[in-house]
Design a protein around this ligand. Structure first.
Ligand code: AMP
Ligand code: MN
Ligand code: MN
Length: 327
C-alpha cells in the first residue's frame, strides 16, 4: 500500500464522526472478520461506528466478538462509507443503491476490484482483506485489542482455508504472529471457523453430494431452494460445499450452483494447479481471485447450470496444457 493512499485514508477517517462499515452479501469469515476488526479499532478512537451486513451474521460466525452489534439495515446517515472485502460496490447487495453517503473507502484483496471508491486500499497479493486491515491498522497507529485481533485472525484463517492456499507465505505468518501477540487464540479460531458445521448444513451438503457430477477434470453440483428448505439450512450460500468438491482427486475446476430465487443463481468456481477462473467469473458479471471466484447470474438453476458448464468446459479446453508427448 503506497503512503499517499494511506494518508488519504487517514484524512477521510479522521474527519468522520460516524463511520458506516459494510461487507458483501452472503458473508464469509473474511467479510465479517475484517468488518468487525475494523469496527473495534475505529470505535476505540471514539468514533460512532455502524457495521452492516446485508445477510446479518450467520450462526456459525456468532463466536466473533461484537457480532451481536452487526446491523442488517442501513442507518439513515453517516459521514463516511467504508466497504470491506467487496470487489465492486454491488457486492453489498440491494444496499448498493441506498447508501447514505458515497463509497469513500474500499479495503479489499480481489484481483478484479474496480477501484470504485474515493480511496482504494486494494492489495491483490494479500491473502485476505483482514490482512490489509491488519497492516493498515499498523500504518494508522490503530490499537489492536484482543477482540479486533480475534476478528482479523478469523478473516485470515477462513480465506486461506487454514493456511492452505497458495498465497500464504511469510507475510501472512508475520501478521498471524502479530494478531496472536495481540490476544487472538489461533487453535480456537481454526476450530470455530473451519471445523464446526451445523446438522442442517451437513444435511444440505448431502443433497448437493447426492447429485455430484463429473466430466474429465470438471466437477460440479447444485443446491436448490427445496434442498435448503428440506435441510432447514438458513443461509443463501453453499455452506462451503465447494471447498469439498475442489479436494476431489483429478479435479482442475469445481463449480457450485446455488438457487437464490426463480431468476437468480449463485455460481462459485474453484481452480486447482494454477488455473485462473477469475476472468471466467467476470464474464458472468462476477469476479474474485485466480483460484476462487463467483458470480450471481440471471436465470433459473437449470438454465444457468447449462450455460456455465458449457462455458467452463470450453474454457478448460482452451486453458488445459497439452499432455507431454500428446498428439
Ligand atoms: P464464493 O464463490 O462466493 O465463495 O466466492 C469466491 C470468491 O469470488 C470470493 O473472493 C468472492 O468475494 C468472489 N465473488 C463471489 N461472488 C461474486 C460476485 N457476484 N461478484 C464479484 N465477486 C464475487
Ligand atoms: Mn469474502
Ligand atoms: Mn476475502
Amino acid at each position: 500500500m503506497d503512503k499517499g493512499t494511506i494518508e488519504r485514508a487517514r484524512r477521510v477517517l479522521h474527519e468522520a464522526g460516524h463511520i458506516l462499515l459494510l461487507t458483501h452479501e452472503r458473508p464469509d469469515g473474511d467479510a465479517l472478520g475484517s468488518l468487525l476488526g475494523m469496527a473495534w479499532m475505529l470505535q476505540a478512537t471514539g468514533r460512532r461506528v455502524s457495521a452492516v451486513s446485508r445477510d446479518g451474521v450467520p450462526a456459525s460466525f456468532r463466536f466473533l466478538p461484537g457480532s451481536e452489534s452487526v446491523l442488517d439495515a442501513l442507518p439513515a446517515a453517516a459521514d463516511v462509507c467504508l466497504l470491506l472485502d467487496c470487489s465492486d460496490a454491488n457486492r453489498v447487495g440491494e444496499f448498493a443503491t441506498a447508501l447514505p453517503c458515497p463509497a469513500s473507502v474500499n479495503i479489499d484483496h480481489h484481483v478484479t476490484n474496480t477501484h470504485f471508491a474515493e480511496v482504494n486500499l486494494v492489495d491483490a497479493e494479500a491473502s485476505a482483506t483482514a490482512e490489509v486491515v491488519c497492516e493498515l491498522a499498523e500504518a494508522l497507529g490503530l490499537a489492536l485489542s484482543p477482540q479486533a485481533a480475534t476478528c482479523l485472525l478469523t478473516g485470515l484463517v477462513s480465506d486461506t482455508l487454514g493456511f492452505r492456499t497458495s498465497n500464504v507465505g511469510l507475510r501472512t505468518m508475520a501478521n498471524t504472529r502479530q494478531l496472536m501477540e495481540a490476544g487472538a487464540n489461533l487453535p480456537a479460531i481454526v476450530e470455530a471457523s473451519l471445523y464446526r458445521r451445523s446438522f442442517a448444513a451437513t444435511r444440505y451438503w448431502a443433497a448437493g453430494l447426492a447429485r455430484l457430477q463429473r466430466e474429465d477434470t470438471l466437477v460440479w453440483t447444485a443446491l436448490s431452494l427445496a434442498d435448503r428448505a428440506a435441510a432447514g439450512y438458513p443461509g443463501r450460500d453453499d455452506a462451503d460445499l465447494i471447498n469439498i468438491l475442489s479436494t476431489i482427486e483429478g479435479t482442475a475446476v469445481a463449480v457450485m450452483f446455488v438457487e437464490q430465487d426463480l431468476e437468480r443463481t449463485k455460481v462459485s468456481w474453484r481452480a486447482r494447479n494454477g488455473a485462473d477462473v477469475s476472468a471466467l467469473a467476470a464474464r458472468f458479471g462476477g469476479g474474485g481471485h485466480p483460484a476462487a471466484a463467483g458470480a450471481t447470474v440471471q436465470g433459473t438453476l437449470d438454465d444457468v447450470q447449462a450455460r456455465v458448464i458449457a462455458a467452463t468446459r470450453e474454457w478448460l479446453r482452451a486453458h488445459t496444457p497439452a499432455l507431454p508427448g500428446g498428439g
